[in-house]
Design a protein around this ligand. Structure first.
Ligand code: G3P
Ligand code: MG
Length: 355
């Protein structure tokens, strides 16, 4: 929070609230800001661009390092976002470093899943794109796929004989790009105790960054998400294997994601208070929020998750994404505390409510 160091030394009332913004369908659609997002976010900074309200992005999206995502968001939205303000579906994977630090693990998904995992501290991680190249003919459809094969300098890496080591865990970091190849290779790996083409063996742990069935991208109707891929993988695996697929998912709506967001928001609040010379609040984590606002577009994930996380979470549903109800409707199964047209309207309400 380098910018916070410039904050005025005049003591002022500490904010007793924080905000978690969903990204897809709330702040962005594809790479385009929506719903007055830039204007809304600017209101959380003072005139010199210094943060005055604790906020994070709590997104299930990913496949990119938090530092890189923060830089992208800063560019797209025109405000200074710090990497610690970016909480992605896969961010909690770092909690598993102790268990798998030196083990061979496979990372799946768009973007740079293996780079993300390496940054978290996993020392022996390989992307499924690269892993599949170690096994000739593992994907019989590969010759028909029009996209280019990534050059992983196979001849060099093959010497490491990864195709004789057992994979100890698979991590679905972001959306699978090639469902047919990934389902094939994951089934091969998971049913054999981590070594394709060997005898059946105990399933290595499988972790998903989240379980979103759908999300709002740039296309007018919702797109199939990681939860849809999970259903496909699970359905195939359970059809060819006697024991059902075992897996865990992190991200929203897992209560851990909301707890983690609360911890990060508390740390931000402490930075702000420290700079304001409000000494009693200076200890990290000592502050209790009266309200934490979750602004989301997906009732079954953002709103349900915030409701389950209970106090101090206050879910606000926008109409810019997955939820497309009319002006007077809420989502009956998991109603939000408030429904608004846009993220800007949500921030407007919060700032009025808090002053
Ligand atoms: O793949 C991303 C999508 O599942 C949801 O992203 O920002 O709406 O949580 P977000
Ligand atoms: Mg969303």
């Amino acid at each position: 929070f380098s910018t916070i160091s410039q904050i005025s030394s005049q003591p002022s009332k500490p904010p007793s609230f924080g905000i978690a913004f969903d990204i897809d369908g709330v702040v962005l659609r594809g790479n385009t800001p929506i719903g007055g997002a830039s204007r809304a976010l600017r209101r959380l900074y003072d005139g010199s661009g210094v943060l005055k309200v604790p906020f994070v992005f709590l997104t299930n999206g990913g496949g990119i390092r938090e530092s890189k995502r923060a830089a992208e968001l800063s560019e797209l939205l025109g405000v200074k976002i710090s990497p610690s303000q970016v909480l992605q579906g896969h961010s909690p994977f770092k909690q598993l470093v102790n268990r798998f630090e030196n083990e061979l693990i496979v990372a799946v998904g768009k973007g740079e899943p293996a780079v993300v995992m390496s940054e978290y501290g996993f020392k022996n991680v390989i992307s499924i794109d690269e892993y599949a190249l170690y096994f000739d003919n593992i994907d019989p459809l590969a010759p028909y796929k029009k996209w280019g094969t990534i050059d992983f300098a196979v001849e060099r890496t093959r010497k490491c004989s990864i195709n004789s080591k057992r994979v100890q865990a698979a991590f679905i970091v972001s959306d699978s790009v090639d469902w047919s190849r990934d389902i094939q290779v994951l089934c091969d790996t998971l049913r054999t105790g981590g070594l394709p083409a060997s005898e059946e063996g105990p399933q290595p742990p499988l972790y998903f960054a989240h379980d979103d069935l759908k999300y709002q991208g740039a296309f007018p109707s919702e797109r199939l998400g990681m939860g849809a891929f999970r259903i496909a993988l699970e359905s195939v695996f359970n059809s060819i294997h006697a024991e059902a697929l075992k897996y865990t998912y992190f991200g929203k709506l897992n209560p851990v994601a909301f707890k983690n967001a609360e911890v990060v928001l508390k740390q931000q609040a402490s930075f702000i208070y420290r700079e304001l010379n409000i000494v009693n609040h200076a200890n990290s984590g000592s502050h209790d929020f009266q309200t934490l606002y979750m602004i989301g577009d997906n009732p079954a994930v953002d709103i349900k998750g915030a409701r389950q996380a209970r106090n101090p979470w206050f879910p606000i549903l926008t109409r810019t994404g997955v939820f497309k109800g009319d002006h007077h409707s809420n989502y009956p199964e998991f109603p939000a505390n408030m429904v608004v047209d846009t993220v800007e309207e949500a921030v407007d309400f919060i700032l009025r409510n808090e002053h």
